[in-house]
Design a protein around this ligand. Structure first.
Ligand SMILES: C[S@@+](CC[C@H](N)C(=O)[O-])C[C@H]1O[C@@H](n2cnc3c(N)ncnc32)[C@H](O)[C@@H]1O
Length: 244
Protein backbone atom coordinates (compact mmCIF):
# COMPACT_ATOMS: atom_id res chain seq x y z
CA UNK A 1 0.00 0.00 0.00
CA UNK A 2 1.47 3.35 -0.95
CA UNK A 3 2.15 6.12 1.52
CA UNK A 4 -0.64 8.60 2.20
CA UNK A 5 0.75 12.10 2.54
CA UNK A 6 -1.56 13.14 5.31
CA UNK A 7 0.56 13.24 8.43
CA UNK A 8 0.53 17.03 8.41
CA UNK A 9 -3.23 17.26 8.12
CA UNK A 10 -4.91 18.83 11.15
CA UNK A 11 -6.29 16.52 13.82
CA UNK A 12 -9.10 18.22 15.69
CA UNK A 13 -8.70 18.58 19.43
CA UNK A 14 -10.78 16.30 21.61
CA UNK A 15 -13.46 17.69 23.87
CA UNK A 16 -13.10 17.14 27.58
CA UNK A 17 -16.46 15.45 28.02
CA UNK A 18 -17.24 12.03 26.53
CA UNK A 19 -19.96 11.61 23.90
CA UNK A 20 -23.46 11.15 25.17
CA UNK A 21 -24.47 7.51 24.66
CA UNK A 22 -28.06 6.89 23.68
CA UNK A 23 -29.39 4.62 26.45
CA UNK A 24 -32.69 4.22 24.57
CA UNK A 25 -31.03 2.87 21.46
CA UNK A 26 -33.81 1.61 19.15
CA UNK A 27 -33.06 -2.12 19.01
CA UNK A 28 -36.11 -2.73 16.83
CA UNK A 29 -34.74 -0.32 14.21
CA UNK A 30 -31.36 -2.02 14.43
CA UNK A 31 -33.00 -5.41 13.99
CA UNK A 32 -34.84 -4.22 10.90
CA UNK A 33 -31.54 -3.01 9.42
CA UNK A 34 -29.48 -6.00 10.52
CA UNK A 35 -31.85 -8.85 11.46
CA UNK A 36 -30.37 -11.04 14.19
CA UNK A 37 -28.47 -13.98 12.69
CA UNK A 38 -28.61 -17.44 14.26
CA UNK A 39 -26.29 -17.73 17.23
CA UNK A 40 -24.08 -20.32 15.54
CA UNK A 41 -23.67 -18.10 12.46
CA UNK A 42 -22.58 -15.06 14.48
CA UNK A 43 -20.22 -17.24 16.48
CA UNK A 44 -18.69 -18.85 13.40
CA UNK A 45 -18.30 -15.52 11.58
CA UNK A 46 -16.65 -13.96 14.63
CA UNK A 47 -14.29 -16.94 14.88
CA UNK A 48 -13.39 -16.76 11.18
CA UNK A 49 -12.82 -13.00 11.40
CA UNK A 50 -10.61 -13.47 14.45
CA UNK A 51 -8.44 -15.89 12.46
CA UNK A 52 -8.55 -14.04 9.16
CA UNK A 53 -8.10 -10.36 9.93
CA UNK A 54 -4.32 -10.67 10.28
CA UNK A 55 -4.12 -10.64 6.48
CA UNK A 56 -4.91 -6.92 6.45
CA UNK A 57 -1.75 -5.61 8.04
CA UNK A 58 -1.52 -3.27 5.03
CA UNK A 59 -4.06 -0.96 6.60
CA UNK A 60 -1.53 0.16 9.23
CA UNK A 61 -0.76 3.38 7.42
CA UNK A 62 -4.03 5.22 7.82
CA UNK A 63 -3.79 4.95 11.59
CA UNK A 64 -0.64 7.04 11.85
CA UNK A 65 -2.94 10.05 11.65
CA UNK A 66 -4.64 9.09 14.90
CA UNK A 67 -1.60 9.34 17.14
CA UNK A 68 -1.43 12.40 19.31
CA UNK A 69 -3.20 13.81 22.28
CA UNK A 70 -6.46 12.69 23.81
CA UNK A 71 -9.02 11.74 21.19
CA UNK A 72 -12.41 10.11 21.02
CA UNK A 73 -12.66 7.46 18.34
CA UNK A 74 -15.66 5.59 17.03
CA UNK A 75 -15.05 2.42 15.07
CA UNK A 76 -17.82 1.18 12.78
CA UNK A 77 -18.23 -2.59 12.61
CA UNK A 78 -15.29 -3.12 14.92
CA UNK A 79 -15.57 -6.89 14.57
CA UNK A 80 -12.88 -8.71 16.54
CA UNK A 81 -10.96 -5.49 17.10
CA UNK A 82 -7.94 -5.97 14.82
CA UNK A 83 -7.44 -2.19 14.69
CA UNK A 84 -7.36 -1.63 18.42
CA UNK A 85 -3.61 -2.12 18.50
CA UNK A 86 -3.22 0.98 16.33
CA UNK A 87 -4.69 3.34 18.87
CA UNK A 88 -2.19 4.80 21.25
CA UNK A 89 -2.74 3.23 24.63
CA UNK A 90 -0.93 5.84 26.71
CA UNK A 91 -2.63 9.05 25.67
CA UNK A 92 -6.10 8.56 27.06
CA UNK A 93 -7.74 7.73 23.76
CA UNK A 94 -11.33 6.56 24.25
CA UNK A 95 -12.64 4.07 21.73
CA UNK A 96 -16.27 3.22 21.05
CA UNK A 97 -16.64 0.14 18.85
CA UNK A 98 -20.06 -0.62 17.42
CA UNK A 99 -21.05 -3.92 15.84
CA UNK A 100 -24.37 -5.77 15.39
CA UNK A 101 -22.68 -9.15 15.99
CA UNK A 102 -22.52 -9.68 19.75
CA UNK A 103 -20.14 -12.59 19.34
CA UNK A 104 -17.43 -10.14 18.26
CA UNK A 105 -17.35 -8.58 21.70
CA UNK A 106 -15.21 -11.14 23.52
CA UNK A 107 -12.55 -10.95 20.79
CA UNK A 108 -12.70 -7.14 20.70
CA UNK A 109 -12.40 -6.90 24.49
CA UNK A 110 -9.39 -9.24 24.40
CA UNK A 111 -7.83 -7.17 21.60
CA UNK A 112 -8.40 -3.97 23.61
CA UNK A 113 -6.72 -5.48 26.65
CA UNK A 114 -3.82 -6.72 24.52
CA UNK A 115 -3.47 -3.22 23.04
CA UNK A 116 -3.19 -1.83 26.56
CA UNK A 117 -6.42 0.15 26.44
CA UNK A 118 -7.78 0.49 29.97
CA UNK A 119 -11.24 -1.15 30.23
CA UNK A 120 -12.86 2.23 30.91
CA UNK A 121 -11.43 3.56 27.64
CA UNK A 122 -12.97 0.91 25.41
CA UNK A 123 -16.68 0.32 24.99
CA UNK A 124 -18.21 -2.30 22.69
CA UNK A 125 -21.72 -1.24 21.69
CA UNK A 126 -24.27 -3.53 20.06
CA UNK A 127 -25.47 -1.24 17.26
CA UNK A 128 -25.44 -0.59 13.52
CA UNK A 129 -23.71 2.12 11.52
CA UNK A 130 -26.99 3.31 10.06
CA UNK A 131 -28.21 4.41 13.51
CA UNK A 132 -25.32 5.42 15.75
CA UNK A 133 -25.98 5.62 19.49
CA UNK A 134 -23.81 8.73 19.95
CA UNK A 135 -24.63 12.39 20.21
CA UNK A 136 -24.11 14.92 17.43
CA UNK A 137 -20.59 16.31 16.93
CA UNK A 138 -19.19 14.16 19.74
CA UNK A 139 -16.24 12.23 18.27
CA UNK A 140 -12.90 13.33 16.84
CA UNK A 141 -12.48 10.43 14.46
CA UNK A 142 -14.52 7.65 12.94
CA UNK A 143 -12.76 4.54 11.65
CA UNK A 144 -14.27 2.02 9.26
CA UNK A 145 -12.28 -0.85 7.81
CA UNK A 146 -13.97 -3.44 5.61
CA UNK A 147 -17.37 -2.47 6.91
CA UNK A 148 -19.12 -0.32 4.30
CA UNK A 149 -19.24 -3.49 2.19
CA UNK A 150 -21.43 -5.02 4.91
CA UNK A 151 -23.74 -2.29 6.14
CA UNK A 152 -27.22 -2.44 4.69
CA UNK A 153 -27.26 1.25 3.70
CA UNK A 154 -23.95 3.01 2.98
CA UNK A 155 -25.43 6.48 2.52
CA UNK A 156 -27.37 6.28 5.77
CA UNK A 157 -24.20 5.14 7.55
CA UNK A 158 -22.11 7.97 6.09
CA UNK A 159 -24.79 10.45 7.09
CA UNK A 160 -24.49 9.15 10.66
CA UNK A 161 -20.71 9.41 10.46
CA UNK A 162 -21.09 13.07 9.50
CA UNK A 163 -23.56 13.63 12.32
CA UNK A 164 -21.39 12.27 15.13
CA UNK A 165 -18.12 13.79 13.91
CA UNK A 166 -17.06 17.11 15.36
CA UNK A 167 -16.43 19.87 12.84
CA UNK A 168 -12.99 19.14 11.40
CA UNK A 169 -13.22 15.52 12.58
CA UNK A 170 -11.81 12.80 10.38
CA UNK A 171 -13.06 9.59 8.87
CA UNK A 172 -10.44 6.93 8.18
CA UNK A 173 -11.37 4.08 5.91
CA UNK A 174 -10.14 0.98 4.12
CA UNK A 175 -12.72 -0.75 1.95
CA UNK A 176 -12.84 -3.24 -0.86
CA UNK A 177 -14.85 -1.99 -3.81
CA UNK A 178 -16.13 -3.19 -7.15
CA UNK A 179 -13.64 -3.83 -9.95
CA UNK A 180 -13.75 -1.80 -13.13
CA UNK A 181 -16.69 -2.51 -15.43
CA UNK A 182 -15.86 -4.88 -18.28
CA UNK A 183 -13.04 -6.68 -16.47
CA UNK A 184 -12.96 -10.41 -15.72
CA UNK A 185 -12.71 -9.58 -12.05
CA UNK A 186 -15.90 -7.49 -12.22
CA UNK A 187 -17.64 -10.37 -14.00
CA UNK A 188 -16.51 -12.84 -11.30
CA UNK A 189 -17.59 -10.46 -8.55
CA UNK A 190 -21.05 -10.21 -10.10
CA UNK A 191 -21.38 -14.01 -10.11
CA UNK A 192 -20.05 -14.48 -6.59
CA UNK A 193 -21.77 -11.50 -4.95
CA UNK A 194 -24.92 -13.35 -3.77
CA UNK A 195 -22.84 -16.18 -2.30
CA UNK A 196 -20.49 -13.72 -0.62
CA UNK A 197 -23.44 -12.06 1.11
CA UNK A 198 -24.53 -15.41 2.52
CA UNK A 199 -21.15 -16.64 3.73
CA UNK A 200 -19.77 -13.27 4.87
CA UNK A 201 -22.70 -11.81 6.74
CA UNK A 202 -24.02 -9.40 4.13
CA UNK A 203 -20.69 -8.38 2.56
CA UNK A 204 -21.11 -7.07 -1.02
CA UNK A 205 -18.42 -7.41 -3.69
CA UNK A 206 -19.78 -4.83 -6.11
CA UNK A 207 -20.21 -1.60 -4.19
CA UNK A 208 -18.91 1.76 -5.41
CA UNK A 209 -18.03 2.80 -1.90
CA UNK A 210 -15.47 5.41 -2.94
CA UNK A 211 -18.20 7.25 -4.86
CA UNK A 212 -20.46 7.24 -1.80
CA UNK A 213 -17.65 8.59 0.41
CA UNK A 214 -16.83 11.29 -2.14
CA UNK A 215 -20.45 12.39 -2.27
CA UNK A 216 -21.18 12.22 1.47
CA UNK A 217 -20.53 15.89 2.11
CA UNK A 218 -17.03 15.82 3.63
CA UNK A 219 -15.08 19.04 3.15
CA UNK A 220 -11.96 17.17 1.97
CA UNK A 221 -11.56 13.57 0.83
CA UNK A 222 -8.25 11.82 0.08
CA UNK A 223 -8.79 8.45 -1.59
CA UNK A 224 -6.14 6.01 -2.76
CA UNK A 225 -6.61 2.72 -4.59
CA UNK A 226 -4.58 -0.43 -4.12
CA UNK A 227 -4.78 -4.19 -4.63
CA UNK A 228 -4.39 -6.57 -1.73
CA UNK A 229 -2.90 -9.67 -3.29
CA UNK A 230 -4.26 -12.17 -0.77
CA UNK A 231 -7.81 -10.96 -1.36
CA UNK A 232 -8.03 -10.57 -5.11
CA UNK A 233 -11.76 -11.30 -5.46
CA UNK A 234 -12.31 -8.43 -2.99
CA UNK A 235 -10.09 -6.08 -4.97
CA UNK A 236 -9.47 -3.30 -5.58
CA UNK A 237 -9.33 -1.63 -2.18
CA UNK A 238 -9.69 2.05 -1.45
CA UNK A 239 -8.26 3.70 1.62
CA UNK A 240 -7.91 7.21 2.85
CA UNK A 241 -9.09 10.07 4.99
CA UNK A 242 -12.06 12.39 4.79
CA UNK A 243 -12.57 15.53 6.89
CA UNK A 244 -15.92 16.86 8.03
C1 LIG B 1 -15.60 -7.88 7.33
S1 LIG B 1 -15.97 -7.49 8.97
C2 LIG B 1 -14.72 -6.27 9.33
C3 LIG B 1 -14.42 -6.14 10.80
C4 LIG B 1 -13.31 -5.15 11.15
N1 LIG B 1 -13.72 -3.79 10.89
C5 LIG B 1 -12.03 -5.49 10.42
O1 LIG B 1 -11.43 -4.61 9.79
O2 LIG B 1 -11.58 -6.65 10.52
C6 LIG B 1 -17.45 -6.55 8.83
C7 LIG B 1 -18.00 -6.16 10.18
O3 LIG B 1 -19.12 -5.28 9.97
C8 LIG B 1 -20.13 -5.64 10.89
N2 LIG B 1 -21.42 -5.14 10.36
C9 LIG B 1 -22.32 -5.77 9.57
N3 LIG B 1 -23.37 -4.98 9.34
C10 LIG B 1 -23.14 -3.81 10.00
C11 LIG B 1 -23.87 -2.60 10.15
N4 LIG B 1 -25.05 -2.41 9.55
N5 LIG B 1 -23.32 -1.62 10.92
C12 LIG B 1 -22.12 -1.79 11.51
N6 LIG B 1 -21.39 -2.92 11.39
C13 LIG B 1 -21.89 -3.91 10.65
C14 LIG B 1 -20.02 -7.15 10.97
O4 LIG B 1 -20.66 -7.67 12.11
C15 LIG B 1 -18.51 -7.33 10.98
O5 LIG B 1 -17.98 -7.26 12.28
Amino acid sequence: MEEIGTSSLPIPPSSASPPHLDEDYPKDVMNSIHPPRPDWYEKLFAFVMAKGSKAYEAKTQIFTNLRGTDKTVLELGIGTGPNLKYYASDNGVRVFGIDPNRKMEKYAQAAAAAAGLPPENFKFIHAVGEVLPLSDASVDAVVGTLVLCSVKDINMTLKEVMRVLKPGGLFLFVEHVTAEDGTILRFAQGILDPLQQIVSDGCHLTRKTEKCISEAGFSTVHINTTFVSIACILGPHVYGIAFK
